[in-house]
Ligand binder design. Structure first.
Ligand SMILES: *[C@@H]1O[C@H](CO)[C@@H](O)[C@H](O)[C@H]1NC(C)=O
Ligand SMILES: *[C@@H]1O[C@H](CO)[C@@H](O)[C@H](O)[C@H]1NC(C)=O
Length: 505
């Protein structure tokens, strides 16, 4: 089982074990944290908040074509436009508030941490099995959001939480009952045997299965004879930042999942395929160290002409690949209650019995239908052409060397885009930029190095403090507007232009 960090792998190999076979997709970043799950609740708000990585085609309802039409991904393998998601984690403070737990890599500049997805070649004692690439529209999930106890069965073997730091890295079936100085890494083994026919099933699980006897090795059962890559998710939550805030009085460990799970055994993971099938098929055929002389060519950073994963995304591109909120909710605020209807429940029966008066149930059917989900980027700016300002894009800023030398105005509680425009207009400026939800900058000239990348949402994903439906830049990034009207036609710069347009049912 992979347990070291990605780049520590080579050092951890020993001659006694078979050479590591497979590769890793490193998701540097996330698209957003949002109450969406296109597998379980297509077209609707989902029961609870997820942390979501992968291609920016991600939407409330989506298919393989939409994933493939992504214009960027938060992960390092550009041939892979799949989506990967798991629950968000919260710290339950003594006063009852829920504080968002960062994923390792989250910082104040708006960059978001991600996850690592291992594509392991685990053919157990059947090395001649063929590994099949995931077919178009393939999707699956692992884990059970309602599970509230440790079990020794497959479900229990497939999901665990690793307490990192002092005392060694120890696995627990759910939240560790002690402080973990290096945070908690949630680890999920996805099923790796397929029925060979169905790309999905009503429970999103029964078209796939775990190998018999060992979730990561073993033979595929006759019902599900086709071998897949054995995917292994690692998501590291920075629980250590709450080390000094554990409640007094021994009321147990303080972390909960967004689904209302204070035990942690309900951790789960979703996969929606967006691979270039030919590249994945080549990887399936080529990345078997026991059969091929050069397994390194499967590593994303391999540079030879025979490299298998052909197109890579750098970290900057991954950080810039973001989606604007669909729900308008703010899952990274301090919350009085978990978003959705997710009271804390410590038994599976109680979790399943939650009733919210016809509103959405945790992990169950959501009542809100999201009509006309905007394409990626749509809605990430405010149309102010009637106010004679065009949207230009997301421009870079730097607190140490501002893009605009003109006026600045901060409105911590109630900044909106039109308010910033009015401020800059009253001083007859040509440009108005809103940043970090609350700051307004005006200028007359845009330095070349600070111009927006056409179409990119980049770091401009922070809701305006005065209207969460509007976007007011981000950390070191301004949602930029340019005065128009008399001399210049008012035309908004489109966001993330698609290679193909998709309309939504
Ligand atoms: C509860 O405590 C947390 C942690 O100190 C704090 O961030 C939050 O604002 C508090 N909530 C309320 C409602 O006072
Ligand atoms: C926008 O510009 C046009 C053309 O100059 C002008 O007629 C109109 O009054 C302006 N609208 C606003 C809201 O300033």
């Amino acid at each position: 089982m992979p347990s070291s960090l990605l780049f520590g792998l080579a050092a951890s190999l020993s001659l006694a074990v078979p050479a590591y076979a497979g590769f890793q997709v490193q998701c540097f970043s996330r698209l957003f944290d949002e109450r969406l799950d296109p597998i379980v609740n297509p077209g609707k708000l989902s029961g609870h908040v997820h942390v979501i990585s992968g291609g920016n085609g991600f939407a409330a309802a989506m298919d393989f074509d939409r994933a493939r039409a992504s214009s960027c991904t938060t992960c390092n393998v550009r041939d892979d436009l799949s989506n990967y998601w798991t629950p968000k984690m919260y710290f339950h403070a003594q006063n009852g508030s829920f504080l968002p737990v960062p994923v390792v890599g989250d910082n104040q500049y708006g960059n978001m941490g991600g996850m690592v997805i291992y594509y392991n070649d685990n053919r157990g004692d059947v090395p001649t099995d063929t590994i099949h690439p995931f077919p178009p529209n393939f999707r699956m999930l692992a884990g059970n959001p309602f599970k509230r106890s440790a079990t020794a069965d497959e479900a229990g073997q497939a999901v665990h939480m690793k307490c990192l730091g002092d005392g060694g890295n120890v696995n627990y079936p759910g939240f560790p009952p002690r402080k973990c100085s290096g945070g908690i890494r949630a680890e999920v083994v996805m099923p790796s045997c397929w029925d060979g026919v169905n790309v999905d099933s009503p429970d999103h699980k029964s078209h796939v299965a775990y190998p018999v006897g060992a979730v990561e090795g073993g033979r595929c059962p006759p019902t599900h004879p086709k071998r897949l890559f054995s995917m292994f998710y690692e998501v590291t939550y920075s629980t250590e930042v709450f080390q000094d805030m554990w409640p007094d009085g021994g009321s147990g460990q303080p972390f909960v999942l967004s689904s209302g799970d204070p035990v942690g055994t309900g951790f789960h993971a979703d996969f929606l395929n967006g691979w270039d099938v030919a590249v994945l098929a080549n990887a399936a055929a080529s990345c078997q160290n026991t059969l091929t002389p050069n397994g390194n060519r499967c590593q994303p950073d391999y540079a030879g002409a025979d490299k298998v994963l052909r197109h890579m995304t750098d970290q900057g591109e991954a950080f810039a690949c973001k989606l604007p909120s669909v729900s308008g909710e703010r899952p990274n605020d301090v919350l009085g209650a978990l978003l959705g209807c997710n009271p804390l429940t410590d038994t599976e029966a109680a979790a399943r019995a939650v009733s919210c008066g016809g509103a959405q149930k945790p992990g169950g059917t959501a009542s809100t239908t999201l009509a006309n989900v905007p394409l990626p980027g749509g809605g990430s700016f405010t149309d102010t052409t009637p106010l004679n300002f065009s949207y230009i894009g997301c421009a870079a800023d730097d607190p140490a060397a501002r893009t605009f030398a003109g006026s600045k105005w901060v409105a911590l509680a109630d900044m909106t885009v039109p308010k910033c425009l009015a401020f800059c207009r009253s001083n007859s400026y040509a440009f108005a930029g809103v940043e970090w939800g609350s700051e307004c900058f005006c200028g007359n000239a845009l330095p070349a190095g600070r111009a927006p990348v056409p179409g990119a949402v980049n770091k401009c994903v922070k809701p305006c403090n005065g209207d969460s439906k509007q976007t007011c830049g981000g950390g070191g990034a301004m949602s930029l507007y340019k005065a128009c009207g008399a001399a210049q036609e008012c035309v908004n710069q489109p966001v993330l232009r698609r290679r193909r347009g998709f309309l939504f049912a």
